[in-house]
Ligand binder design. Structure first.
Ligand code: IPE
Ligand code: IPE
Ligand code: MG
Length: 244
């Protein structure tokens, strides 16, 4: 009942969010429905992701944050984790695609938990795409919203220890400056496909005033039309930020 309704109200002017976050969920269930191994779901999920990146750029989204692997996803069977990491490797080797599409790529999350070759490929991709200014895609890999806050607090602790900061100087902006998304606007819209009504440790700090849209579609089936539907729903929302 909390799902977005199909054709929920008249079509109206689309308000394109500057920053969209997507919790790319449902790959495993998509594969299961087809009698395929879970890793096939991840492969098709990666394809859906490519299409959404291009579409987001075309409609003028400035930031797109894609939740690809959480700090909790290490709990999965080793062969599934391995297949996701291999998909990521191949994707990164092929990142020239993104260059062709003029998409700036950034990775958010704890890199210290990732294989060194993957980290090197990430750095290379970030460098090569740094000059593109239409769309920035943040890939959240080994990302946890709580972990991100802990990381920020540690960095602030170091500054205090060095005498560069006083505890009384800490405000919301200080904390934001140490998040992986420092310098970016908070997500206006967060979309979770797959039928689950939770955010699973995604952008815990940044989502304070995000509009949430839950959709009953599995990620590998998610296409531009679904993004349109979510944006239409977003366009009908009345954001008040605590005001009237
Ligand atoms: C999302 O799909 C991808 C990752 C979390 C890596 P899932 O693998 O969680 O798919 P379901 O939720 O089991 O269907
Ligand atoms: C959230 O999906 C993480 C990603 C999509 C990367 P999960 O499948 O891990 O979330 P839960 O376990 O259903 O909360
Ligand atoms: Mg899932």
């Amino acid at each position: 009942m909390f799902f977005m309704k199909k054709n929920a109200g008249p079509r109206q002017e689309m308000v394109i969010p500057a920053h969209i976050g997507i919790i790319m969920d449902g790959n495993g269930r998509w594969a299961k429905k087809r009698g395929l191994p879970r890793k096939a779901g991840h492969r098709y999920g990666a394809k859906a992701m490519e299409e959404i990146c291009k579409y987001a750029r075309d409609i003028g989204v400035r930031y797109l944050t894609l939740y690809a692997f959480s700090t909790e996803n290490w709990k999965r069977p080793q062969d599934e984790v391995d297949s996701i990491m291999n998909l990521l490797r191949n994707y990164l080797k092929d990142i020239t695609n993104h260059q062709k599409e003029e998409i700036r790529t950034k990775f958010i999350g704890d890199r210290s938990g990732l294989a060194p070759d993957i980290v090197a490929l990430m750095e290379e991709a970030e460098e090569k795409g740094a000059h593109f200014d239409k769309l920035t895609v943040n890939f959240a890999i080994n990302y946890g919203g709580r972990d991100e806050i802990v990381h920020a607090v540690r960095e602030i602790g170091k500054k205090i220890q060095d005498g560069a900061l006083q505890p009384s100087d800490i405000d919301e902006q200080t904390l934001e400056d140490f998040l992986y998304t420092a310098g970016q606007p908070a997500p206006d819209l967060i979309i979770r496909p797959s039928g689950e009504f939770r955010t699973s440790n995604f952008m815990v700090w940044q989502s304070a005033y995000s509009e949430l849209v839950f959709m009953d579609v599995l990620w590998p089936d998610f296409g531009p039309k679904d993004l349109d539907r979510a944006i239409e729903e977003y366009s009908r929302r009345n954001r008040r930020f605590g005001g009237v």
